[in-house]
Design a protein around this ligand. Sequence first.
Ligand code: NDP
Length: 328
Amino acid sequence: MFDALVLTQGEDGKATAAMQQLTVDDLPVGDVVVNVEYTTVNYKDGLCLSPKGGGLVRNYPHVGGIDFAGTVESSDDARYKAGDKVVLTGWRVGEVHWGGYAQKARVKADWLVPLPAGLDTRQAMAVGTAGFTSMLSVMALEDHGIKDGPVLVTGAAGGVGSVAVAILAALGHQVAGVTGRPETGDYLKSLGATQIVAREELNETIKRPMEAETWGGCIDAVGGEMLARVLGQMQYGASVASVGLAGGAGLPATVIPFLLRGVNLLGIDSVMQPYENRLRAWERIAKDLPMDKLEAMVVPATMSDLPKLGADILNGQVKGRVVVDVNA
Ligand code: NDP
């Protein structure tokens, strides 16, 4: 028997979470059984934990947790053997397939990545889907060329933002972090931000489609009016990695920055990344993300904290990365 946080749906259609004892036979089919050690709370986890499942959860009962790291217990796939350390992100695990909010998970071998040298399972979840996506974003910006001048990171004190700031700074870029929480300024500077931009400065509706060429690149976790505004502030030929929509799914922009400044808008999707890309990103994380900076982002938690943390992240109240020890 093992512990799991199980979401069940009431007659009113609303889901509630409660700890239950399960057996391996209760888990969905898959080729690898993993003893989960750490999981985390990403924005999507907040949606899945919310009463309506955020439109992401298809069936109840459900075990959430869109990412986890742990040790293989048994494997029907030749690529993995008992004792291997693995990390999982994406593939709708935690949304459609049961995820990491349990002490064991059974998944397809294709969805796993062997933990790269230099990262333990706790560090892997301090990175988690949010940090993995930050690295995908950095790689996409690099592929298109990062221009001189500061790289802007929006939603900087959140999960995606914090890891993005730390990676970009470690790679030698000037980093400007946008935050709506001025009290996180020292934290962002400790991660390597050289400039703090107040959210209000960028949240106003655009008045002019183009402003001064300012940013050499951008990782945007916020979307909405902020993204529209930022597009008009990019340097000629610079790129914006569009990651998230914490500030809204709309995009009240004009095409002018694309036409007159050759700005690139790069969509980043962490969910359906092929194995080779995931491996490359995790190896870059192990190499380029300073582990002391990663540690400074960690908010330690246990499974009983999950419902509250899910609500907190949707309200933009989580700073850095929640790391859940599922065996605590
Ligand atoms: P967090 O909640 O940790 O961070 C989001 C941050 O955005 C907040 O901390 C806050 O930063 C800022 N923010 C929140 N609400 C608003 C608002 N109304 N206006 C402006 N800024 C706001 O979430 P994550 O970092 O985990 O995820 C961020 C986004 O990225 C989400 O939309 C998530 O779904 C998406 N995402 C996408 C992935 C992909 O594959 N494309 C993968 C992972 C995440 P501050 O307080 O500093 O202002």
